[in-house]
Design a protein around this ligand. Sequence first.
Ligand code: GAL
Ligand code: ZN
Length: 683
Amino acid sequence: MKNNFKFGVDYYPEHWPEERWEIDAFLMEELGLKVVRMAEFSWHKMEPSEGSYQFDWLEKAVNLLGKHGISTVLGTPSAAPPAWMVRKHPEILPEGPDGIKRGFGGRHHDCQSNEIYRDYIKKMVTQMAQRFKNNPYVVGWQIDNEFGNSHYDLCMCDSCAKSFRVWLKKKYENVDNLNRDWGTCFWSQEYNDFSEVEPPRKTACGANSSQLLDWKRFHSDLICEFSALQSNIIREICPKEHFITHNCMGFSDVVSYYDLSKQLDFVSHDLYPGGYWRGIDTITPAEIGAELDGIRGITGKPYWIMEQQSSITGWETMGRAPKPGQIPLWAVDSIAHGADTVVFFRWRSCSVGTEQYWHGILPHSGIPSRAYEEIKGLIEDMAPVMEEFEGSVPKSKVAIVRSYEQGWAMEVQPNAAKVDYYSQLNAYYKALFDKKISVDFVPETADLSRYKLVIVPLWYLSSDETAKRYEDYVKNGGHIVFTMRAGVKDERNICNTEDPLPGNLSELLGINVVEYDPLNANKIKVEILNGTCGKSGGEEAKAVENFGSKWADVLSLKGAEPIAVYKDEWYSGEAAVSVNDFGKGKAYYVGTEPSEGLMAELAEIWTREASVNTSVSCGIKAEKGLEVAVRETDKKRWYFFLNHTGETKAVTVPPELDLIAGACDGIEVMPYGYAVFEEELSD
Ligand code: GAL
Ligand code: ZN
C-alpha cells in the first residue's frame, strides 16, 4: 500500500456547529494534513434511536474534508454504546470483580462477550461499511478505540462467565484436567463440572494463581474475537484497499497485540509523552523509545501513530505545557522509531465533556496558535521526505523478548514488591538506548538468528520447548541474558519441582539458584569483578556504587563464571551475575535488578562480547542527551538526531551525510530540535 497520508488529525465534527466545518477543513488543508480519523465515539449521532441510522452528517464531513484533499479513517463506535441501548439492555454494562455494574456516563461501558451488544455492533458496522464502502475519501478503518483502556477490571458478568467456561472447556476438555492444571486441591477448590467455575471475582481472601492467569488469557482472546467480529464485516463489505487498524497503547497488556495484529493491516499507537496521567512532567526519551519500539515489535514493521500529543494533556488536572519545539520533536521521535504516518490528537480543544483539558492543535477559541504553527513547520519540513523512509525499520542486532504471558504471570504474583515486568523491560532497554544501540522487541516465538544479543527479562513461565530454542540459539553463537525468577514456573503457573532453579535453563546457564532473597524495598551492594566473562575470573574490582534491588538470587556456579558478586548480607561474596560459555555463544544470568550504573556496566560487557556496535556509524558523534535513532533500507540509512533537552547539543556528522530535514549545521542541534541525515549505502 502506497501511503499518501503522512500527517493527519483526529477530528470530532460532531462537537462543533456545522458552520465551522468549512473553516476547519480550510485550516487543516493549510496545515498540510492529509487524513483525519472520525466517528469512533459517535454512536448516538449515527444511531440516535434503535435502527434509525443517520450517516448524512458524517458523509457531509467526509466529503467536505475530501474536497480539501483530506481522506478519512472511520472508527467503529463500539467503545461508547448510547444511553438508549443501555437503558433497554442494562446487561450490556460491564461488571467489576466486585460484582457491581459500571454505569453509563464514561466510555467503554460495554461487556464484550454480550450477544445482544454484539448484535448491535454487527448491525452498526454493517451499516457504516455499506454506507461508506464506495466513498472515494474513505481509506481505512479503526476498530473500536484503545482496547483495554478503561477495561482494567475486565468484565466479570454472567455472560463473560459463560464465555470463560466455553473457553476453558475448549482448553481443558474435561474438568479433571482443569483441576490438575489449576491445582485446585489447594483450599478445597476442586470443581465437579465446568458450570461451577466462575471468573476470579473478589473473594473473601486470596485467589487461585492459575485461574487468574487463564482469566487474562481468556480476556485477551475475547477482545480479539470482539474485534474480529467487526473487522470481518468490513473485509467482507469494503474494497480491499480499505485498511484496518487499531490504536494500541504501548506496553498495555489487556489484549495481546501479537494476536490482535493478525486481523489488522498494520498497527497504530497513541503516543502521549507528557506524563500527566502518571503524575510526572514527561516520560523519559528512553521510555518513549521503548514504547515505540515495542509497537514496532508487534509486527516488526512500521506503524501509524493514530494519536500524537499536540498540546497540553489532562482531564481534571493538566500536565506541563510542551516546550517550544517539543511537539514536533515528539512527532519526529515517532517517525524515527518506525511511524509512516502521524495523526495528531485532536483537532480542536474540546469545550465539553471529560476531556475539556486534553488540548488539541487549536485551542478552545479555534484560533491557530503555537501548536498550529509548530506543527505547520514540522509538516512543511518532514512531509516531503517521508516517502523516502516509508517501510524502513532499523536493522537491530539486539532483541528484547516481550511476552504477554510473562507480564500477566508477574502481575498475578509480582514475587516481591515493585517487581514489574514492564519496568524491567524498560530498564534493560534504557541501558542499550543510552549506548545508542537500536533494539527490537520480539515475541517469544521470533526467529532469533539475526540477533547477536537477546535479552529475556523475567522468563518466569518456562517450557521445555522454548528453553530448547534458546539453547539452540546460544549453541549457534548467540549471546543471551536471562534475569531473576527465570524458570520458576510452567505455563500453567505451577511451580517447577523437577529441577532446582533455574529449571530447564540450568545447563545453558551453568548455574543453580540455591537461595533467594526477596529484597522488596531494600537494596543490596553488588560489585563487578575484574576480568569478566570468565577469562581471568575471580579477582574483585574497585568498589563502585552499584547495587541490586527488588530481588537477590544467590547463585551456585556449575560451570559458569561470576561477573558480579553481592557485597552485603549473609550471602556477601556469592555470585549475583554469571556467564556461561555454551556452544559457540554465551549465556548470562542476572540474579537481581541492577541499578542504572550496574546495568550500564553489564550492558557494556554483553555488547562487547557479542560484538554489537552502536547503531550509529563511526563518523557520527552525539553528545549525551541527544538521541540518535536509525531507519534503513538496503540502499539508504537515515539518522534521526533528537535533542530532548533545553540545551544546544553538539554533534559530529561526516560531510558525506546529507541533512534532509530539521536543522543542524553538522555541529549542533538546537534545544528540542531535530535533524535527519541521509546516508547512501554502498553494497
Ligand atoms: C486516548 C484516547 C482518546 C482520548 C485521549 C485523551 O487514550 O484514545 O480517545 O481519550 O486518550 O484522553
Ligand atoms: Zn461481561
